[in-house]
Design a protein around this ligand. Sequence first.
Ligand code: ADP
Ligand code: MG
Length: 697
Amino acid sequence: MATFFTTSIEYLKGVGPQRAALLNKELKIFTYADLIQHYPLRYEDRTKFYEIKELSEELQYVQVKGKVVSKELVGTGFKKRLVAYFKDASGEIELVWFQGIKWIDEKLKSGQEYVVFGKPNRFGSKFSIAHPELELLTLNNEKEGSIYPVYPLTEKLRSRHLDSKTVSKLIRDVLTVAQEKIRETLPVDVLQKFHLVSKKEALLNIHFPKSYEHLAQAQKRLKFEELFYIQLKLLKLKIVREEKFKGHVFKDASLVTTFYNNHLPFELTEAQKRVIKEIYADLRSGKQMNRLLQGDVGSGKTIVAFICILLGISSGAQCALMAPTEILAQQHYNNLKRYAEKMQISIGILTGSTKKSERRVLHEGLQTGELKILIGTHALLEEEVQFKNLALAIIDEQHRFGVAQRSKLWNKNFSVVPHVLVMTATPIPRTLAMTLYGDLDVSVIDQLPKGRKPIKTIHQFDSHRLKVNQFLRDQMTSGRQVYIVYPLIEESEKLDLKDLMDGYESVCRAFPDVAVSIVHGKMKPEAKDFEMKRFVKGETQIMVATTVIEVGVDVPNASVMVIENAERFGLSQLHQLRGRVGRGAEQSYCILMTNYKLSSEAKVRIETMVRTNNGFEIAETDLKLRGPGDLLGTQQSGVLDLLIADLGKDGQLLQRARETAIEVLKNDPDLTSSKNKVIYTQVESMRSNIMNWSRIS
Ligand code: ADP
Ligand code: MG
């Protein structure tokens, strides 16, 4: 039975080796099952026939029944086109072809009735449709219109005549045979509880919906199933880990008490206190902790990390903190060193640029256990880095690491696996967190330290640059420093670099008496570092830069962030950039510069930035605008290659799927009950599928 679905599409009638190779390569379709799971991108409504008098330019696509009354070739050279005059009882339109004229001309018969499908365009008082789809009017298509599937395809496939219609036909052929073999993959009680249609019903209607109602039912069922199995996998991972891995037990909090009583530089916020409690409960439990700590930029995650480290060291263990970039690692090191020195705790830093001789000292300190805290980049993951007794690994800015690297930390051959705390400043909407980090527990710092003045965000058009410059001058006169950021997007790197250099020159011209720094990704690390340091020390007042400053830099005196071509940045990137200011006591500003022409999406982004400083609200909007695949760094996770569910829209369904998975695993952790046999079978078949994949690629 299973063999039917794993049959190579090569053997499907109308495919053959060449098309199969193309489908493998372009769409990763290898088997009948893959083909069936190649779901439509959208649907065209061909349930309705329009009368010609009803046409308007607002309509995306229309379907019209009528007769070709006459046709003619018009124009010469590349303006040559075939025009057919097409009539129904209510009026007349023109059908126009610029390409494939000869072929169409032979096929198209005057006096014949057709069904025409396409986008209407207005020319004067008349409508025309360019390159319409045509079908002879038959008894079949005359009455019953339908909802047409449109499949995601590539240019290459289309150029080899594998268009949506062809793919649709292939799927229909497979489904005709497959439908009797389709196995149910959700248990009956779940189907009933959520009023879900059967798998067979869903697959038939996702490709060939009988009605919009049927389509909605099919989508709901398939989305639920997809989300359910992802959640089941993540939760299972969590349970297995909890059972398998013991954690170091941190019972002693004496160093924390000493730190609180003597060196705590400020009163902790309620949110900080709460997450410390949550983390401490994990660390004492005897189970290995896997926790995500979310907190907006500036919410004070560093001190929380340090207090967790103190808990580890009180119990005689070592702790590590890993950051995504060298700058950020250095900054963590500088910050934590201040605290560590007061507590007389040894601390070291290891990055790609650490010298050999220094490395040797670090390695030794780690192995003897003398070095208690190690800060670094992914250099920490190298083979030679061996700890005596690593008990807590903190990972900052997780989204840049990805799940695979996260698990590398556990594979370091420990007798007891270290606790893992993942910190992220990219606020992640709940739905996304449930999927990306569904195997982790979550703590949130949802409060900024007292006395922070919210950053004022202003949108300005380029034409008001003089006004903006005057504002910058005033700010600098009262001692503040300024960032001016330009976009640098890879595809058009050269152009962007030119923009940046032009920008730099005009800044220098506008502020002849001010020292200006410039930093971008194409500079040598030493040069970059040198400029950065000048700015940090206050030797320069303006920093012109690309998004390289997005993470890391902390210059409390820099209180103005100007973002040029702000319309070209994504929301979360804008928010991260804005987070570079607002770190000192002074009122901070973020100025978004754009020209007058803004897409509607860009408008939403700018308005959102002006309206709110709340990272979670911004992340939600971002998710709705762009979809999860585009959010910073999430592509690498793999979890998000969803076939049909949309994390931006299907939050409620995801919530239910997760609850159901929790329920199932709670009552039947090994899926041995007869009721859950379908789940067990499906999990096994998905697992063997993954193995097939790894053999192929
Ligand atoms: P992030 O969460 O972005 O890593 P940091 O830990 O860098 O934030 O904290 C930002 C700034 O706020 C630092 O200068 C830090 O010393 C300060 N800070 C953190 N917590 C508090 C607090 N409870 N009260 C006052 N200042 C705080
Ligand atoms: Mg930080």
